[in-house]
Design a protein around this ligand. Sequence first.
Ligand SMILES: [Zn+2]
Length: 167
Amino acid sequence: MRGHWSLDADVLSRKDYGPMGIASSSSVQGIKHERSVPQSLKRGAAQMCPACGNGALYTRYLKVADQCPACSEELHHHRADDAPPYFTILIVGHFVVTGVMMVEDYFRPNYWVHALMWFPLTIGLTLLLLPRIKGALVGLQWALKMHGFGAPEVHEGPPNAARPDAD
Ligand SMILES: [Zn+2]
């Protein structure tokens, strides 16, 4: 676990967050548009850029584009880490285990029938859900301005660049 999937303290302390930590409309430093959480989740789950909804989120299966090809929004700030597999396992696991128990209860098929059903279903569902769940999480991080998302020029530049008083 790399453990980056948390809100940064400076993000939490910003004034533009409501009681749920959700960005309200935003007159904040340099950010002109509102970031809707449900819309960003939806766009991310559709594997599209959370900012514009037009550019593809991924360059490969799970490789998030550094920038949106349509609106140039920086997408490399995401820290989805192991949250997408965690949620995927949670969902697929509950679905498959429930299914196995119900089918066994009602039909008592041979074990090879179980294997034939559940193996492909488990793998297929996992491959189907993983990029969508990861996309939704990237969208959520973008909407909540977590990590580097939405911060006006806070990239690590030369150490003295951001401190005019440094000499
Ligand atoms: Zn975009």
